[in-house]
Design a protein around this ligand. Structure first.
Ligand code: MG
Length: 159
């Protein structure tokens, strides 16, 4: 039976941090603030996969009070989610995600993001959808104070 999960995340944009999105470092004057590398897209996808499994969210699995995850590459979170799919005898069907950012332009980096995410989840890039939109200048995203991401994931699980 196919189970679908949803994920949402947001991180603040601040000076003095690298901008890592979908595992790809994007040249930009500001980066995302957080305990790990603050990769908002990977965090949303991770929560979507965990949601499809009915498991606790990323904040439960990798608390930001744990020094092990300080400046950690968020790829490890995605790899753990994939490991849990396998442990449940499941098969990841697909992931679809939207990055909501006023700046920078995301589109030129989408192919590299798909490669990175597919590798972390042990699936093919065709199973990963990534889209991007601005917030039309409105709200915290529009003021470039932060970047948000939404994701869904479907996992085929035994009955
Ligand atoms: Mg996060």
């Amino acid at each position: 039976m196919v189970h679908t999960g949803i994920g949402y995340d947001v991180h603040a944009l601040v000076a003095g941090r690298k901008l890592i999105l979908g595992g790809v470092e994007i040249p930009h004057p500001k980066g995302l603030e957080g305990h790990s590398d603050a990769d908002v897209l990977l965090h949303a996808i991770c929560d979507a996969v965990l949601g499809a499994l009915g498991e606790g969210d990323i904040g439960h699995l990798f608390p930001n009070t744990d020094p092990r995850w300080k400046d950690a590459s968020s790829r490890v979170f995605l790899e753990e989610a994939a490991r849990r799919v396998a442990a449940a005898n499941g098969r990841l069907v697909n992931v679809d995600a939207t990055v909501i950012a006023q700046q920078p332009k995301i589109y030129p980096h989408i192919a590299a993001m798909k490669q990175h995410i597919a590798a972390a989840l042990s699936v093919t890039p065709k199973q990963i959808g990534i889209k991007a939109t601005t917030n039309e200048g409105m709200g915290f995203v529009g003021r470039e104070e932060g970047i948000a991401a939404l994701a869904v994931a479907s996992v085929d699980l035994p009955e």
